[in-house]
Design a protein around this ligand. Sequence first.
Ligand SMILES: Cc1cc2nc3c(=O)[nH]c(=O)nc-3n(C[C@H](O)[C@H](O)[C@H](O)COP(=O)(O)O)c2cc1C
Length: 269
Amino acid sequence: MQLWHVGRVSSSKINGLQPLAPSAIPAANTNVYIFDGAPNNDATFVPVEDPREMTKEDIQQTVDDFVTGAKNAIEAGFDGVEIHGANGYLIDQFLRSNSNIRTDEYGGSAENRIRFLMEVTEAVAKAVGKEKTGVRLSPFIKFKDMDDPEILETIMLAAEKLNELGIAYIHLCEADWDDAPGIPYPFRKELRDKFKNTIIATGNKTPSEGEDLLEQNLVDLIGFGRKFLANPDYPERVKQNASLNEITDPHTLFGGGDARGYTDYTFLS
Ligand SMILES: Cc1cc2nc3c(=O)[nH]c(=O)nc-3n(C[C@H](O)[C@H](O)[C@H](O)COP(=O)(O)O)c2cc1C
């Protein structure tokens, strides 16, 4: 199955575009960078610029843009679209009380902070079908100034409302660095109770950790990223308990001028 992330670059001045955000809060961490393609045959990141607060017109325009992106993806042959509400992207910025200090109906209470996510999801689901619409969320990330003490309750409320919309799935983007905290059982259980359709977990998972989550009936699918990129026959290797290719250079994972480190990892002989 092929899915397409629909997100929107929100926090960087790329090609002279004005960066947008729920609130005009500059990044506190000057080391915050955003991916800007691979113009020099290598992944390139540029520093974020200070954003301006979105007007109601910007919000409506952005909802429309998500719909356009989703329709284009389906027309291009993707099986579904995944609305990116994780990792400090625009929707995630609306969800969090530290990046969203708006005083209108898009800020303040958790009900207000999930409004943008719900408007985008409802519009996309209406345009391409709720069975083709998923949402990616990252409750436990703290990087990129996204540490919000209210995020877990906010995401749980969003899960309840997304359940009412009847979308296909929630994709939990779990922290993927080696000593990242795991998602605690009570959170997984509560999410399972509140959201009835598919739950996907991704982030530094081994097959046995994935099996464990499936056996406990806490999730339905496990996502694998980097191991799949470095091992085009990853399922076969797992089946055979075969050795894995290691990533040779993380920069090349983002593509660039040629296949090197991007699509040239070898299959089992
Ligand atoms: C080359 C590459 C590009 C990625 N790009 C994005 C991205 O644009 N947005 C995002 O939220 N996550 C992105 N991710 C994170 C993955 O979606 C996934 O969450 C992560 O790789 C964790 O899974 P893994 O530990 O199995 O690799 C990217 C990962 C890789 C390796």
